[in-house]
Design a protein around this ligand. Structure first.
Ligand code: FA5
Ligand code: MG
Length: 463
């Protein structure tokens, strides 16, 4: 077996995460660089842009119960089983998820807490903000630690006489939501029998449609508010504001714990950026959580993605910077509220200041090409080799060596040798520090270490 990346953990008895000890086993794959970011909790740091973004979004859900200090180590059951993830779902793989041990993971999403909070049944609406962890690609909008906000709103059927009355109540609540004038592209019907099915065993179409309308309007209002604040900020700072109107679209999606489901995308810097996933909560989840009479919606959004729009932050790594040239630029218009349990309204008048980039240091791109290990030792072996190294293993190895001095990693070439059947990959690694110029020697040094680690840890042969 080629996959030896985490052999360093085997034989280690315990792993300590933010003061709590966990036994390790052959599933453990959480590196120390990840463990050391656990105490940062950017969403609760005073004046941090992720925290300001959280507060601003919370203010669009006044009265919702907030849960902002839930611990990031959860059970496999909380993260996957309780949400109906099938046993063979790729999200469960070691290549995608940081395991603490066989039964315990760093949460990959705030949805890990949905069932528990529903079970607590303390409010009609709740919001959960938290740090989440994923082995993922490296680029300016992906980072292995990021922050999500989960939101949910449910209605209790048991206190209402008949289902028509519930539908009317939900539409009344939709009418109470702020109106916006944004032209949102939403070409698909709310329910589609194959692509986006109604939970017909549990819901009437009219119920699901009313819930979907409340969900979509609530989230569109968030995006409208964020953009209005971002534009105001850019204008006040004398920055050039884009002529193009805000473009937003709903896309059909799939999650094991909602149906129907959608993603909301925003056009940003020339591309569609996915900012959230959402849907009508699977009734089985609510039944298993002991609240069978509740029906409603849930969403999960990436706080970094929203904060990048709000503050014009061009690179997701900047949020982790401890350089005062970054951190001193932001001031929250909201009171510092790390232990608050209720979403507060925004002050009647306030303003956001956009990020002013300090000089951008030069990029140092370097390529590395290698043969994937053969899975057969016989010379003419033609067994496929592609699965012996997962792309996320390459990503993590690069991150382990170069930390936040790497801006982007991407596959630029791949081919299979016609005779031997061996497969070769070429990755381009772009080195760039956010805080200073990397010298040629430094970039070469990092790159050499990465080349060595690829051979030692993934068993590849350099070309
Ligand atoms: C989820 O995590 C679902 N739990 C969302 C959900 C909640 C659906 C409730 C339905 C009901 P997804 O993997 O698409 O879905 O992530 C949600 C958002 O997190 C994305 O839209 C994106 O904004 C953000 N995100 C995902 N991966 C990263 C990453 N590596 N870096 C930064 N942000 C990310
Ligand atoms: Mg998604």
């Amino acid at each position: 077996m080629v996959y030896r990346c985490f052999s360093q953990f085997i034989g280690l008895r315990d792993i300590e995460i933010d003061g709590k000890k966990y036994a390790t086993d052959e599933w453990t794959n959480t590196p120390s660089s990840i463990v050391s970011s656990v105490p940062r909790r950017l969403h609760l740091q005073k004046d941090h842009p992720i925290s300001i973004t959280r507060q601003l979004i919370e203010s669009r859900f006044p009265g919702y119960r907030t849960h902002n200090t839930l611990f990031p180590v959860v059970t496999v059951n909380q993260n996957f089983d309780s949400l109906g993830f099938p046993p063979d779902h790729p999200g469960r793989n070691k290549t995608d998820t940081y395991y603490v041990n066989k039964d315990t993971v760093l949460r990959t999403h705030t949805s890990a807490h949905q069932a528990d909070v529903f079970r607590g049944n303390t409010s009609d609406g709740f919001l959960i903000s938290a740090d989440v962890y994923r082995r993922d690609a490296i680029d300016r909008s992906h980072y292995p630690v990021f922050h999500q906000m989960e939101g949910a709103r449910t209605w209790d059927r048991s206190i209402i006489q008949d289902s028509k009355e519930l539908v009317r109540k939900i539409w009344d609540d939709v009418a109470q939501l702020p109106q916006h004038e944004l032209n949102v592209s939403d070409p698909n019907p709310p329910i589609h029998p194959e692509r986006n099915p109604l939970q017909s065993k549990h819901h009437m179409a009219e119920e699901a449609e009313a819930i979907a309308a409340h969900l979509k309007r609530s989230l569109e209002n968030v995006v409208v508010e964020i953009f209005a604040q971002a534009q105001k900020a850019q204008q006040a700072a004398g920055q050039e504001i884009s002529e193009e109107p805000l473009q937003v679209r709903w896309v059909e999606a799939y999650f094991p714990f909602t149906s129907p489901s959608w993603e909301l995308e925003v056009f940003w810097q020339g591309d569609w950026l996915e900012v959230l996933g959402c849907g009508v909560v699977k009734q089985d989840l609510l039944i298993n959580a002991g609240v069978p009479s509740r029906v409603g919606w849930a969403f999960g959004m990436g706080l970094e993605r929203i904060a990048m729009l709000l503050f014009s932050v061009p690179d997701i790594r900047l949020f982790w910077s401890q350089d005062p040239r970054f951190s001193s630029q932001f001031t929250s218009p909201f009171p510092h509220d790390p232990s608050s349990t209720i979403a507060a309204a925004a002050p009647s008048s306030f303003s956001i200041k956009p990020f002013t980039p300090f000089s951008k240091y030069p990029a140092a791109p370097r390529d590395v090409a290698f043969w994937l290990p053969s899975t057969s030792s016989s010379a003419g072996g033609r067994l496929p080799t592609a699965s012996s190294v997962h792309e996320n293993d390459v990503m993590e190895l690069v991150r382990e060596v170069a930390g936040s001095d790497v801006e982007d990693v991407r596959l630029v070439d791949e081919f299979t040798h016609p005779k031997t059947g061996r497969k070769s990959l070429c990755y381009r690694v772009v080195y760039r520090s956010l805080e200073r110029t990397l010298t040629n020697e430094e970039a070469n040094g990092l790159h050499d270490s990465i080349r060595k680690a690829l051979v030692e840890k993934l068993g590849v042969e350099l070309r």
